[in-house]
Write a protein that binds this ligand. Structure first.
Ligand SMILES: Cc1ncc(COP(=O)(O)O)c(C=O)c1O
Length: 381
């Protein structure tokens, strides 16, 4: 049987990983500046993460959400602590799309309304409502099409306020990434996030902070949206949450009340996933990875800005995008094929860096030297 061919693959078979390095089936080592798409937060195969999961497997791997699972409560407490969202409630699921799907659904239940404001170039996942709120018609199936989503220009306060003035009574939620990832690393401005908070308060809508890619400490703050100094009503999380073990969740403000049956899942919040997520938080705290993400990110961004051949650098902490000058568009290919360095991309020409928060300064320098070498190689040819 063949695999369903939906991914344009790099012809490299990865079979082993540790920290910020991965190896292929021939033993070739690669530096991982991509973190498996922002998923590897504390480093591949971190020993504490492995031990936590192993211990959990010996105790109990799975039971359903029909009984008390104490490890879920431990995770909720740890998340309250690390995120600073003291009275928020936790609902657990398995992925980023599911987290946003539940967030949007919950906002609609809570307000009794149908309309969602999302933004141009946004990406929120591939389930029904999450994909409808994603600005990419190519991945929206006919059955997902709905007129309940209103797409507005990103960072445009006037367009936001005009829309609320017209449609305010029908708006259930505004969903926004703190830094648009798939679009190519574009930060939501502080003024814009503050305007969203204000409009949601005025019209009784729910502010959903999609933190699936930009969250979990990657920017030097647990949630990137919080740089604006205002709280969201719901934060969605996934990617870095399990360091590769599938888990997602939403943090829900105290004024949004649960009702039996309104949300639910079989696998969400299973003990093994919770053990992986707890291990991630424990390592983030013991290794001070969130402040490290800021320091390393500042260093990397400054160094990138000084490299001849780079047109523009965007981002915060360890969520960085940069564009090469004309003639150097192949740099990403050269980095991978010649210098054995994985990076991410955003179409058409943004290189995305989403490394583990535990990447070392030596590895960052290794990347910077590799990048300069790649530029040199292209210029020579
Ligand atoms: C901002 C954002 N939201 C949601 C998702 C969807 O997450 P998942 O692929 O885990 O469903 C992604 C994935 O890239 C994302 O970047």
């Amino acid at each position: 049987m063949s695999l369903f061919n939906v991914y344009p693959l790099n012809p490299i078979a990865i079979t082993k990983a540790a920290g910020s390095r991965v190896w292929d089936d021939k033993g070739q080592e690669y530096l991982d500046m991509y973190g498996g798409h922002a998923v590897i937060s504390i480093g591949h195969t971190h020993p504490h993460w492995i031990k936590r999961i192993e211990d959990q497997l010996h105790a109990i791997a799975f039971y359903s959400n029909s009984v008390i699972l104490p490890i879920q409560e431990q995770l909720a407490t740890a998340l309250n602590d690390i995120s600073g969202k003291k009275d928020y409630q936790l609902f657990l699921c398995n992925s980023g799309a599911e987290a946003n799907e539940n967030a949007l659904k919950l906002a609609s239940f809570h307000t009794g309304r149908k309309k969602i404001i999302a933004f141009k170039k946004s990406f929120h996942g591939r389930t029904s409502l999450a994909v409808a709120a994603t600005d990419n018609p190519g991945i929206v199936a006919p059955v997902n099409e709905t007129d309940n989503i209103i797409f507005l220009p990103f960072n445009d306060v006037e367009a936001l306020n005009t829309c609320f003035e017209k449609e305010g009574a029908n708006i259930a939620a505004v969903i926004i990434e703190g830094i648009q990832g798939v679009a190519g690393i574009y930060e939501a401005s502080i003024l814009f996030l503050q305007a969203i908070r204000k409009a949601c308060d005025t019209y009784g809508a729910v502010y959903i902070a999609d933190s699936v890619q930009c969250g979990y400490g990657r920017t030097g703050q647990f949630f990137a949206h919080d740089f604006a100094g205002v709280n969201a009503d719901i934060y969605s999380m996934a990617k870095g949450m399990g360091n590769g073990f599938p888990i997602g969740g939403i943090l829900i403000a105290p004024h949004i009340q649960a009702k039996f049956g309104m949300l639910g899942t079989t696998f969400g919040g299973n003990p093994t996933a919770c053990a992986a997520a707890l291990a991630v938080i424990e390592v983030m705290q013991s290794e001070n990875l969130i402040s490290a993400a800021k320091q390393k990110g500042d260093y990397l961004i400054k160094a990138l800005k000084e490299i001849d051949g780079i047109k523009v650098v965007r981002g915060r902490g360890l969520m960085i995008g940069f564009e090469m000058q004309t003639g150097l568009e192949d740099v990403r290919k050269v980095l991978l094929n010649e210098l054995k360095i994985f990076t991410g991309e955003a179409k058409p020409n943004v290189i995305r860096l989403l490394p583990s928060l535990a990447i070392s300064m030596q590895e960052i320098d290794l990347f910077l030297n590799g990048l300069k070498k790649a530029i040199q190689l292209i210029k020579q040819n």
